[in-house]
Design a protein around this ligand. Structure first.
Ligand code: IVH
Length: 687
């Protein structure tokens, strides 16, 4: 008896010691990852390779999984997201989230400066900043840790988007340095970089999804997504522009900005002239004129300049109105516009058959680039503009990247010129176009016979994120199509090397690569095959969700509308599109041929996996003899359960080992959560 106690005691000591060591390492890793994150995303001066960074992150993730007692919502491992928020709770702002009074005119700006001069005796220093075009956020920090991030909402209350904001790499989760107040709030703008936005939209178009209208919509839409795992993949960035705290950290705004930079925040770079301070009114206008001219060289969008009175004391004297501070003003840039001649209107046919009218223009300089084409969106837009052949049109580059036609210069219209007639038939295959009720776009219904649609679908199918067929690209698809070798993606699997060899510019090696690339694609997992099929609105993420939920093509094909919309993040548009795809006989025949060719249409299960623990939330506590903690976690997941860190009313089961904390045991008893030891757990899953 006594020796059994002794053994338990020794085991407990060993467990505590290893836990202590693990804890120490976890803290070291978090600190290192935070530091490298800051060097990479804020200082733009990485000190280690991406690979080494990933290795540190992996080590941390492993240790955290084994030691949930060290769980921390601000661990750098949380940057990858994963938590899903169903409804964003509404939270009251500690400090109302004001907006700025706006002006488009230099006179009004001069009036503002004059008013300040009248009200504030002596000299006034101003800070000029860029006005970032994104979504405002207020981020609260407590004891140096990110506590809550809230949208502007109505200015009094906003939505709690903390989980999503944690995934933004330039937002610090733990602060560096010292001297920060125990509690404070920092306000800033979350935006999407232009490169990131373009890449994201190109991807969306490829997936048959509606592209985002502009980086601002894209950023604010992303912040309200339920799955923080997707938010983590979006190119969001954040600039901070104001600090609120009970205790003043400096006596002016500019100093505060420099201070928060030392705590790890990303503030606009004074060296790049993103922010400046001056006593001189002329400098303010110079700053504005400089950025009006150079704003298109920035890697992100701005829509104006913000001028702020620097000294807090003076800010207080000036006060605020119900809506905006009297110590600041936003000077907004006018969207740049030029007039040019409309040469022709042409129509593009996308992979999904959607028709986009394009205005081909006499080349003209606009916002730093030569514009030759502009978007006309759809038939209604052409009608609204009352566009006539040979018109001179006004082209604008506003928030959107692609310039758009915003009006017609009626004075330059040739009398009697005919109005532009929207086409009634597909420019590529001649089929009569359709327009569904409530849809803005016309489309060509000849999905299986219209060349750009056929080629587009095959291109999508072979793409890197779909079947990733090596050796093939848009040109090979074009060539094979022109030569009559393929008419759909299933035809790829019937191709023979001998058929390719006689083709122009096709070396033996290339033909061999293509054939082996096609054969290798049979190993691509079901979720990517599903994405490759090119079902409208089924992008990469949706395909993953559907594949994981239904686990096989058969089950997905049999799913009803209700079953489809019950999957998280699947709405009626997607559900209807999936149903329509499989209801189509030709699609069915195509998919049958892919099944015959040997592509994967089942989620591959690990050997011995089951759904015994399906949907169960299970806590692991203490140490074990038969299994390691990671092993237990893997077993839970293999059998459909979810390993969670702390005991709550949602916990279904606790696997209790040696040394389970008494408080946890008590909580489990109070909540009536079932406890099993490792052997009972093993029996449960048939081990
Ligand atoms: S200062 C009390 N500075 O513009 C402080 N705002 O209507 C008020 N914005 O919603 C904001 N860049 O999200 C400030 N450098 C900047 C800004 C900025 C963009 C946004 C902000 C606000 C809107 C003003």
């Amino acid at each position: 008896m006594a020796s059994a106690r002794l053994i338990t005691f020794v085991l407990l000591i060993i467990y505590i010691m290893t836990a202590k060591q693990a804890g120490k390492r976890i803290f070291e890793l978090r600190e290192a990852l935070n530091k490298h994150n800051h060097l990479y995303y804020i200082q733009d001066a990485p000190a280690i390779s991406d690979y080494d960074f990933d290795m540190l992150l992996k080590e941390l993730q492993k240790l955290e999984a084994e030691h949930p007692e060290f769980d921390d919502p601000n661990s750098p491992s949380r940057r990858v997201g994963g938590e899903v928020t169903k409804d964003f709770p509404n939270i009251k702002h500690t400090y109302p989230m004001l907006s700025l009074s706006n002006t488009y005119s230099e006179e009004e700006l001069a009036d503002f400066l004059e008013r300040v001069r009248r009200l504030i005796p002596g000299t006034v220093e101003y800070v000029c900043e860029l006005k970032y075009d994104g979504a405002a956020v207020g981020i609260r920090y407590k004891d140096g840790k990110l506590h809550k991030a809230i949208t502007r909402g109505d200015g009094t209350k906003g939505d709690d988007i903390t989980t999503n904001v944690r995934t933004i790499n330039s937002v610090p989760l733990s602060l560096m340095g010292e001297g920060y107040p125990d509690e404070f709030e920092i306000r800033g703008e979350i935006f999407m970089t232009l490169d990131g936005f373009r890449e994201l939209n190109a991807q969306r178009v490829k997936e048959g999804l509606e592209p985002f209208a502009n980086p601002r919509n894209s950023a604010s839409g992303t912040l309200k997504m339920q799955d923080s795992g997707i938010v983590a993949t979006r190119p969001l960035d954040c600039f901070l522009y104001y600090v609120y705290s009970d205790r003043e950290i400096a006596n002016n705004h500019y100093e505060s900005m420099l201070m928060v930079r030392d705590w790890g925040f990303k503030i606009p770079d004074p060296e790049k002239n993103y922010i400046t301070k001056t006593h001189n009114i002329e400098h303010i206008f110079k700053f504005i004129n400089y950025w009006d001219e150079h704003r298109y060289e920035l890697p992100f969008e701005i829509d104006g300049i913000v001028v702020k009175v620097n000294a807090y004391e003076q800010q207080q004297k000036l006060g605020t109105t119900a809506k905006s501070p009297r110590w600041a003003i936003a000077y907004k840039f006018k969207a740049e516009q030029v007039s040019t001649e409309l040469k022709t209107v042409t129509y593009q046919v996308g992979r999904t058959g959607a028709i986009t009218p394009v205005a081909n223009l006499a080349p003209v300089q606009l916002a730093g680039t030569t514009v030759k084409r502009a978007s006309l969106h759809n038939a209604d837009q052409i009608e609204k503009l009352d566009l006539h052949e040979g018109d001179f049109v006004f082209v604008e580059k506003g928030g959107e990247i692609i310039p758009k036609v915003v009006g017609v210069d009626l004075e330059k219209r040739t009398p009697g010129s005919p109005a532009v007639q929207y086409i009634s038939h597909c420019p590529e295959c001649g089929t009569e176009l359709l327009r569904e009720e409530g849809e803005a776009q016309h489309y060509c219904p000849n999905a299986l016979g219209c060349p750009p649609q056929i080629k587009g679908r095959i291109e999508h199918f072979i793409g890197r994120k779909a079947m990733d067929i090596e050796g093939m690209g848009a040109e090979t698809v074009e060539l094979f199509y022109e030569e009559g070798l393929i008419r759909n993606y299933a035809d790829l699997y019937a191709l023979k090397q001998e058929q390719l060899l006689p083709l122009e510019r096709m070396a033996e090696k290339s033909a061999e690569n293509i054939i082996s690339g096609i054969a290798a694609s049979k190993e691509i997992p079901f979720e990517r095959v599903l994405f490759a099929l090119g079902i409208r609105f089924v992008g990469e993420t949706v395909a993953k969700k559907l594949a994981r939920h239904f686990e096989s093509l058969q089950k997905l094909k049999e799913a009803s509308y209700d079953e489809l919309i019950n999957v998280s993040e699947i709405g009626d548009r997607i559900a209807e599109s999936v149903l329509a795809f499989f209801a189509n006989k030709e699609n069915e025949a195509l998919v049958d041929r892919l099944v015959e060719a040997g592509l994967k249409f089942l989620v591959e299960k690990q050997e011995g996996a089951s759904d015994t623990l399906e949907g169960k939330k299970i806590v692991i506590s203490g140490s074990f003899e038969r299994f390691g903690r990671t092993e237990l976690k893997e077993l839970i997941e293999k059998h459909g359960g979810k390993n969670t860190a702390s005991v709550s009313k949602n916990t279904d089961l606790i696997v209790a080992g040696e040394g389970m904390g008494p408080s946890k045991r008590k909580k489990a008893e109070e909540l009536g959560v079932e406890l099993v030891d490792e052997n009972q757990f093993a029996a449960l899953i048939g081990l």
